[in-house]
Design a protein around this ligand. Structure first.
Ligand SMILES: *[C@@H]1O[C@H](CO)[C@@H](O)[C@H](O)[C@H]1NC(C)=O
Ligand SMILES: *[C@@H]1O[C@H](CO)[C@@H](O)[C@H](O)[C@H]1NC(C)=O
Ligand SMILES: *[C@@H]1O[C@H](CO)[C@@H](O)[C@H](O)[C@H]1NC(C)=O
Ligand SMILES: *[C@@H]1O[C@H](CO)[C@@H](O)[C@H](O)[C@H]1NC(C)=O
Ligand SMILES: *[C@@H]1O[C@H](CO)[C@@H](O)[C@H](O)[C@H]1NC(C)=O
Ligand SMILES: *[C@@H]1O[C@H](CO)[C@@H](O)[C@H](O)[C@H]1NC(C)=O
Ligand SMILES: *[C@@H]1O[C@H](CO)[C@@H](O)[C@H](O)[C@H]1NC(C)=O
Ligand SMILES: *[C@@H]1O[C@H](CO)[C@@H](O)[C@H](O)[C@H]1NC(C)=O
Ligand SMILES: *[C@@H]1O[C@H](CO)[C@@H](O)[C@H](O)[C@H]1NC(C)=O
Ligand SMILES: *[C@@H]1O[C@H](CO)[C@@H](O)[C@H](O)[C@H]1NC(C)=O
Length: 661
């Protein structure tokens, strides 16, 4: 898209001349931002927080720099259950669905469509949940003025996560249905569970008809083990009470007439415990899965490794310093330790012929951490975590998407007031999802195995990815940041037939890298050379040309040596990388947008504002009346808008359907 910008500016020389570049408060170009000073003064939305941490020091002792990866064809003991390419999906907080998905059924966000289409192209489909804390008190209303699908009732907001009660219209479901006609998105919703006598099941009556087969599950209670802590149930509330409520819900689905075909009653999901007061086993041991086997489409749990609630909501608890905990997100042991308590449940699920989903997760609840959740380190964290969940026999994971006030979003639309001149911000977790879609692929025969490579060194994990029992891809990580190159590691990969049957090592392999200069880097992450850029820069499509490396193997030693930079991730394709194409490449035209401007890539360097630092028109403050390019810019971007955007739209129509991924 940057290519398109140049001719535009040439067409508007006077506009170009008038531009003065002023960065938003604390928003120096990345790389020059040194963290604390500018970040401390920052008062804008968390989603654009400029804090850059220091990468943790090189471990002592450093990981060995060379290790063998010896793979066998024809099935490998210990590999996971068969996984699907839509393993990683997204959990969109219901209260922000009108910002992320679209305004309404006739006004869908094109960047969102492009992002989903890029997962579908690799995986065949993508799963999204619309729900979260805000589903619990959401009420379906016949209509909302001004073509809106959601309104928040700000009266009497309570609770740690301060989620306002919602009113929504059925047009939310029409919007979701329209999205599914354009790209293969399948949906999860949630039944409000705070009030059970009776349940409000209007969501089922409406969504089931409108969404049809694209609706694949209804969450029955969100984190019921925390209901008591948040004042929604008495202290005595336990797994058997939940078991009883589940039964009540099934009875009421039948008696209310909202589920005439009986389909919805087969799509329930639970128990979604959040590792608060109940272990999953406490629920399994009630007989939940046997009793409701015909009703349960999936089993679900939710888990965040830690939380940032003290800082975000002044809970009075100890405030966690992101710099101190950054190393906790940059090692493999973090994932094996987090998931160990669930291995009994994934085995239990298999024994009951059920799939267990990690229904909501991310770096830290209550919004994540500045400098961690939005750094390249989080991309490595999210990818290793996802592969470890696949290895551990989970059947999918949904990464949570909040509003402007969180650090961990996989993708963030610009604040409404800025949608005419800012584009979307793609976070590191979206890169994790994209790479995971490609790593698993669309074959439906994929298995994942944690190889415990390099002596199981926690800074350089590696996985084998099998298709039809044969090694197809190898996933290799290096969590260390060391620009000197001394901490790069080299995996020496070989493939053999079982029982000494000779070598199946290919003569060459293709490698795609997920890259950034440091684990602390924000924005400009690249996947095989392509990127979504920095904050406010993406229309949901990767930019730049794809760079797939070919590594010639040593045909004498029958080994392929692949180097993983510090930091970095490599996906090694033992067969052709085109094996992973899930669906034809698709991008979307501008017509569904709120404003055509949204599709233009306007880099920070051509955005001008004379409001400067901390003025009334704080460009990062959603509530600010003044956009960053409006008031007082004599002949700046305000003037740039009408002239360039018409032109941009015209150019884009031509450009829209080119590009390979
Ligand atoms: C991102 O990369 C582009 C292109 O290489 C560069 O111009 C820009 O300065 C980078 N932005 C940041 C914030 O690092
Ligand atoms: C890798 O395998 C080769 C050949 O089997 C062996 O000579 C070498 O010692 C191994 N390297 C490591 C680090 O284990
Ligand atoms: C969607 O919202 C726009 C205004 O933003 C309105 O013109 C349009 O009619 C709405 N669509 C529906 C289906 O309500
Ligand atoms: C908003 O919430 C308050 C407090 O829960 C409630 O009394 C009121 O009826 C709600 N208003 C609407 C319009 O739903
Ligand atoms: C989306 O849904 C609306 C119903 O409000 C329908 O009229 C419209 O044609 C659909 N739009 C697309 C692009 O499918
Ligand atoms: C595993 O889960 C089952 C089902 O809840 C339970 O009966 C069993 O005790 C658990 N085993 C362990 C080791 O926790
Ligand atoms: C790895 O992460 C875990 C928790 O996520 C942490 O307890 C441990 O200290 C970390 N290891 C290192 C070497 O930093
Ligand atoms: C995953 O399931 C497979 C098949 O049942 C089993 O062999 C493997 O040990 C399981 N993996 C883990 C980490 O529990
Ligand atoms: C994989 O499974 C999905 C969902 O069941 C199905 O739609 C798709 O066609 C399958 N893909 C292949 C290659 O069999
Ligand atoms: C911008 O935000 C302000 C404050 O929330 C609001 O009054 C105004 O209507 C918004 N403008 C637009 C174009 O959304």
């Amino acid at each position: 898209m940057a290519r398109l910008l140049l001719p535009l500016l040439l067409f508007s020389p006077t506009v170009f001349a008038a531009i003065t570049v002023v960065y938003a408060p604390g928003q120096a170009p990345l790389g020059t931002a040194t963290g604390s000073a500018s970040a401390a003064a920052y008062s804008g939305s968390a989603a654009y927080n400029p804090t850059v941490l220091n990468a943790p020091p090189i471990p002592n002792p450093p990981p060995p720099s060379n290790f063998n990866v010896s793979l066998i064809t024809g099935g490998t003991p210990g590999a996971s259950i068969v996984q699907s390419g839509d393993f990683v999906g997204f959990s969109v907080e219901m209260s922000v669905s009108n910002q992320v998905l679209g305004k309404n059924s006739t006004n869908i966000q094109v960047p969102f469509l492009n992002l989903m289409a890029s997962i579908v192209q690799r995986a065949g489909s993508v799963r999204l949940r619309v729900g979260g804390n805000s589903q619990e008190s959401a009420t379906l209303v016949p209509s909302i003025p001004d073509g809106k699908i959601l309104t928040k009732n700000l009266t009497g907001v309570t609770g740690t996560t301060a989620t306002p009660p919602l009113e929504y219209s059925a047009d939310l479901f029409y919007m979701m249905a329209n999205i599914s006609t354009m790209t293969n998105v399948r949906w999860f919703l949630g039944i409000p569970w705070f009030v059970t006598t009776p349940f409000d099941l209007s969501i089922v009556g409406s969504a089931q008809v409108i969404l049809g087969d694209t609706l694949i599950g209804y969450q029955a209670a969100n984190e019921p083990d925390l209901y008591n802590n948040h004042g929604h149930r008495a202290a005595s509330y336990g797994p058997f009470d939940y078991y009883g409520e589940f039964s009540d819900c099934i009875s009421q689905l039948a008696s209310d007439g909202v589920d005439p075909t009986g389909k919805a009653a087969t799509l329930l999901m639970g128990p979604s415990v959040a590792d608060g007061n109940w272990s999953p086993e406490m629920v399994w041991d009630t007989g939940f899965v046997d009793t409701y086997s015909n009703n349960l489409a999936f089993l679900t749990v939710e888990k965040y490794p830690t939380d940032n609630c003290a800082a975000q909501f002044n809970t009075g608890g100890p405030i966690i310093d992101p710099q101190t905990v950054f190393p906790d997100f940059l090692n493999h042991t973090a994932h094996t330790a987090l998931l160990a308590p669930y291995l009994n449940s994934t085995a239990f699920a298999q024994s009951k012929n059920k799939k267990l989903l990690m229904f909501e997760t991310n770096t830290a609840s209550c919004g994540g951490f500045a400098g961690i959740s939005d750094s390249f380190g989080a991309a490595l964290w999210g990818l290793d975590y996802s592969l470890q969940m696949a290895h551990s026999n989970f059947s999918g994971a949904l990464f949570h998407v909040g509003g402007q006030n969180v650090f961990y979003n996989p993708f963030t639309p610009p604040p409404t007031n800025q949608s005419s001149f800012h584009q979307w911000t793609i976070g590191p977790i979206f890169y994790s999802a994209l790479v995971m879609a490609e790593a698993i692929g669309p074959s439906n025969t994929t298995q994942v195995l944690d190889l415990q490579v390099n002596g199981n060194n926690e800074f350089t994990p590696g996985y084998a990815i099998y298709e039809n029992g044969d090694p197809a891809r190898v996933a290799l990580f290096n969590y260390v940041t060391d620009p000197s190159g001394a901490s790069d590691v080299t995996a020496v990969i070989s493939v053999a037939q079982p029982n000494g049957g000779g070598s199946s090592t290919p003569s060459s392999v293709q490698v795609k890298y997920l890259s950034a200069a440091s684990v602390s880097q924000k924005g400009n992450i690249t996947w095989a050379g392509q990127t979504y850029g920095s904050i406010f820069e993406s229309d949901g499509r990767l930019t730049g040309s794809e760079d797939v490396k070919t590594v010639q193997c040593d045909t004498t030693a029958q080994t392929c040596s692949v180097t993983v930079p510090a930091p970095g991730f490599a996906l090694v394709f033992l067969k052709s990388q085109d094996d992973t194409a899930g669906a034809p490449s698709k991008t979307f035209a501008t017509t569904a947008l709120t404003k055509t401007a949204n599709t233009a890539t306007i880099a920070a360097t051509v955005l001008a504002t004379s409001n400067g630092h901390g003025g009334p028109g704080d460009p990062l403050n959603e509530n600010s009346e003044l956009g960053s390019t409006s008031k007082g810019s004599t002949n700046g971007a305000e003037g740039l808008r009408p002239a360039t955007l018409l032109l941009t739209a015209a150019l884009l129509v031509g450009a829209m359907f080119v590009g390979r991924r």
